[in-house]
Design a protein around this ligand. Structure first.
Ligand SMILES: [Zn+2]
Ligand SMILES: [Zn+2]
Length: 305
């Protein structure tokens, strides 16, 4: 039997119906918390029978419309690499966003690192361990780390993850952070808890998920740490930092965070998690708020800088 366009359309419709069934089942059992792709260890290998434990039911994570929509999008636009636009035959490559070749070409953040902001130190500076930015305006956090440079393919992935609702990309991006932590032996054993940089409720409604929380939860799971998702909040909805100059960025975020649970912060070593560290204004302000509440050490981990 030949493979006609109609069988292709039928297959795509079946895929969409399958997603719809999954979503209906999800709404029947209750909405799971937003989480990144794949099943957690708790439901791996557990058969999905009628009396499947409701509390551990987390296998469906796509909102209904997004699931249906992506089924039809796959039909009209077959998956291609975000960078080279080649067809993505190898599904394992970079969460179905980049082909393996493009992912291997992404810019990794390599040592020597600035001792504060974690950026690659390109040329020798007067002070061997600090970049000029950190000498001029020392950030409030103790140290920051990032596995990639915010450019090219990584920038595309982060923006798709953050602004285009591709929350499932978080699994892949978090994995690069976990690998970096392992490769450079970052001292996670001294960290008491992870704190994702919070979004203002208005921004959270708009974006549907907090990208920092997705990353933070994934890293915390990997290292058996606690994530404090509500101890730090945004009390002011700040303007986007994208179009602001460095000095304006600092002013824009000044006083925008607050600690709701000082007991969980005081005397603790914390790892603040966000997607990108650009001028470091946001992470520095968040760290300053945590330190005012008594945090002992505040490290920062982002995907890129
Ligand atoms: Zn490619
Ligand atoms: Zn620096």
């Amino acid at each position: 039997m030949g493979f006609s366009p109609w069988s292709f359309i039928l297959l795509s419709c079946l895929k969409s119906v399958n997603l719809l069934i999954g979503t209906v089942r999800q709404s029947y059992l209750g909405t799971p918390p937003y989480r990144i792709g794949g099943c957690p260890a708790s439901c791996r290998g557990v058969p999905r029978s009628k009396d499947f434990d409701k509390a551990s039911f987390r296998c469906y994570d796509m909102p209904m419309l997004r699931g249906l929509f992506s089924g039809f999008i796959d039909l009209v636009y077959p998956k291609v690499c975000l960078v080279c636009k080649d067809s993505l035959k190898n599904k394992a490559a970079a969460a179905e966003m980049l082909c393996l070749a493009c992912w291997q070409k992404t810019k990794k953040n390599l040592p020597p690192f600035c001792y504060r902001c974690g950026r690659h130190l390109g040329k020798p500076t007067l002070n061997k361990n600090l970049c000029p930015g950190c000498i001029k305006n020392p950030p409030a956090f103790d140290r920051a780390f990032a596995p990639c440079i915010y450019d090219g393919a990584v920038k595309e992935l982060i923006q798709s993850f953050k602004y285009r609702g591709k929350d499932y990309l978080g699994a892949f991006l978090a994995k690069t952070m976990v690998e970096f932590i392992r490769e450079y032996h970052l001292p996670l054993e001294y960290i008491d808890a992870l704190i994702p940089v919070p979004l203002h409720p208005a921004k959270l409604r708009e974006r549907e998920f907090n990208q920092a929380e997705t990353l933070g939860n994934a890293i915390a799971r990997e290292f058996g740490k606690e994530t404090l998702n509500t101890a730090l909040i945004r009390k002011r909805n700040t303007k986007s930092q994208v179009d602001l100059k460095d000095a304006q960025r600092l002013l824009n975020v000044k006083g925008s965070f607050a600690v709701t649970d000082p007991v969980s912060i005081c005397g603790k070593n914390l790892l603040l998690v966000d997607d990108v560290l650009t001028t470091a204004a946001t992470c520095s302000e968040a760290a300053a708020t945590l330190k005012d509440a008594g945090a002992k050490i505040v490290f920062v981990m982002t995907i890129a800088n």
